[in-house]
Design a protein around this ligand. Structure first.
Ligand code: ZN
Length: 164
């Protein structure tokens, strides 16, 4: 990172790029300088987008895996019902992935209401022979927890941006 001191000297300092502000000492006049790290500030401001992007990514991965599991289940007669059900739900999920974005409070209530459907998913897959499906329910449960622990990322529009 290139830093220009008020004494006119420009020097290169190796600083922690993730910190929003770093303190360096000028090598020629020994002045202590506070340097704002623009990159880190930008990263801190868009943390909601980071959360939303992560949830979106998990949702796409999960949706695709459900699609694969469902497709495989359809081929086995005794799991065909669960397979069809998994495929339909996976398609519905992948179609709504676009709604997952920072500042959309609907995402939170969507995940809050998902508890029941996750339990139904687990039961259907357990009864109709999809152990992998049960593991995937656990993953979806983790994503749900992640969303509910990071509610603020999606509630951004409705609350005033104080203390951000
Ligand atoms: Zn200086």
């Amino acid at each position: 990172m290139n830093i220009r001191c008020s004494c006119g000297r420009t020097f290169d300092a190796s600083v922690d790029m993730s910190a929003p502000e770093v303190i360096v000492r000028c090598p020629s006049c020994s002045q202590v300088l506070r340097v704002r790290n623009r990159k880190a500030t930008v990263a801190a401001m868009s943390s909601s987008d980071v959360v939303a992007a992560k949830v979106k990514r998990c949702e796409i991965i999960s949706g695709l895996l459900w699609l694969v599991i469902g497709a495989v289940q359809v081929f086995f007669v005794y799991t065909a019902a669960a397979g069809v059900w998994n495929v339909i739900n996976a398609i519905l999920r992948l179609r709504s992935v676009g709604n997952i974005r920072a500042g959309n409070p609907e995402v939170v209530s969507w995940y809050e209401n998902r508890r029941t459907s996750l339990i139904i998913f687990a039961v259907v897959n357990l009864v109709l022979g999809g152990v992998v499906g049960v593991a995937l329910v656990a993953f979806d449960w983790w994503v749900r927890d992640y969303v509910l622990n990071n509610k603020s990322a999606f509630m951004g529009d409705s609350v005033p941006a104080v203390g951000k």
